[in-house]
Design a protein around this ligand. Sequence first.
Ligand code: F6P
Length: 342
Amino acid sequence: MARIGILTSGGDCPGLNAVIRACVLRGIRGHKDEFLGLLDGWRGVVEQNAIELDWKSVRGIAKLGGTILGTSRTSPFDDGGTVQKVVASLRSMRLDALIVIGGEGTLTVAKMLSDEGVRIIGVPKTVDNDISATDYTFGFDTAVEIATEAIDRLKTTGESHHRCMIAEVMGRHVGWIALHAGMATSAHAILIPEQNATIDEICDWVGKPFQRGRPPLIVVAEGFVPEGMTRAHSARGLDAFSRPRLGGIGEFLAPTIEERTGIETRSTTLGHIQRGGVPSASDRVLATRLGMAAVDAAHDEDWGQMVAVRSTEIVRVDLSEAIGQLKTVPQSRYDEALTLFG
Ligand code: F6P
């Protein structure tokens, strides 16, 4: 029996509630655990703001988007925070261990605390699917489905008006959503942060289908950096982690493409729609398996580990394997898609 804290931190994604439910049910049934849900990520630890999570509080939540615990991009080291303060907070809430559900930034903080002796198990999450050491993160499948459905809709209006349509999807550092949604919708170009493309190349990929009587479709990740630019397009300041808020590269490209090709061009930014709403069945299953595995790892006292999926198996990896290096789209996957551009 243990008293375990759970927190969700960083950008939300569909499947977080399924993890929370699975942790609580597995812990109560298998180990007679008690759970405390820390509210709004690390802020809940610092401010000791938490709710008891019992059987009833997780009833029916696996299918809900977002997170019942709230999230934030707060770090426990903001505003003079220290490891000692975190340890004191956890002790005062009588917590034996912490399950931390988050992306690369959150897991980096988890690793720092774990190195100082805090008993932590990590669970990877992000729609971007950019965490190393796991084949997939939950949220990604749902985001790809949402993007695919939206792009299918853009294609029909593009076809009616004989326009070039640009769909901008999420993907700060990596282009997994763009690659998958672009391939699923037979895009004529997929532009991702990992790969350069010149304006001439993009216009060529637009012009060819147009000449065949097809409405050109471009899927671009928000982090794509076109020729002549040194960093991703950002016109909306910085976020809480002092990272540029991305979004708008599609709108930036549209007039250039229209001017160079003479083809009327429209851009749509899907933005946070990709992170909202109900998780796909596949994401619910992955999230549930990871949640149960996280509790089991805590009972094995396998501190400093992250639960992950490799092929169809749930495994444990050291948190250090999950951070530091992002899981980018390999050259071979891009080259495979490239053969169908234009
Ligand atoms: O990290 C996931 C992500 O959705 C990125 O693709 C995007 O750049 C960022 O979060 C947006 O963050 P926020 O919700 O803080 O605007």
